[in-house]
Design a protein around this ligand. Sequence first.
Ligand SMILES: C[S@@+](CC[C@H](N)C(=O)[O-])C[C@H]1O[C@@H](n2cnc3c(N)ncnc32)[C@H](O)[C@@H]1O
Length: 204
Amino acid sequence: MVPTATKVTTRPARGLYFFARFLRDPRNVGAICPSSRTLGERMLAGLDLRPGDVVVEYGAGTGSLTEAIHARSRDTGALRYLGIERDDGFCRILADRFPAFSFANAQVEDVRALLAERGLPPPKAIISGLPLIFLPSMHDIVATAHDVLAPGGSFRTFSYLQSWITPQARRLRACIRECFGNFRQSGPVLRTFPPAFVLQGDKR
Ligand SMILES: C[S@@+](CC[C@H](N)C(=O)[O-])C[C@H]1O[C@@H](n2cnc3c(N)ncnc32)[C@H](O)[C@@H]1O
């Protein structure tokens, strides 16, 4: 039986809950299981974060990438974090797991308004777990990420190994290059399922 969001307190329960959400809405959830914290750490690699910097996470799911951001916040001194997640069940799990972090049960397409409502300055990093290759608004999401980032800020996402050669994944890489004027890729990160490349665009 699938646990309700309030009872999802262990990693296996989160995995089961995540899979049930995937079955209900495969295109928006975009993966059969949460990614690993290792992938989260690789997505933060090389980011020079200072206390008070704003980090926004897109599509935080059950919080695997959030774990890595949370650990970084503990190590560097408190970051200002905003997680944007459209699924209310995932939002309840996230709020329980990370009480010091702030989550919006909303669409990332509304990021400008969400930052303004909270009086947050432009983010230093946007870490995306969104299944961008399936989203019709992919181009707008990446272009808006570029616009809202602070100068020198970084947009990071990932692309699964098995879909890397597909036209949609190629479109995503081209989109990051077009919006940011640069593009970097690292990996694949093997300690996550499925293995994934980290994609990055940096705002000049
Ligand atoms: C692949 S899952 C993220 C998994 C997460 N990194 C984890 O490991 O648990 C993608 C997430 O993006 C969310 N999502 C999809 N489209 C969204 C949108 N437009 N705005 C906000 N969240 C969205 C889904 O609800 C889902 O939780």
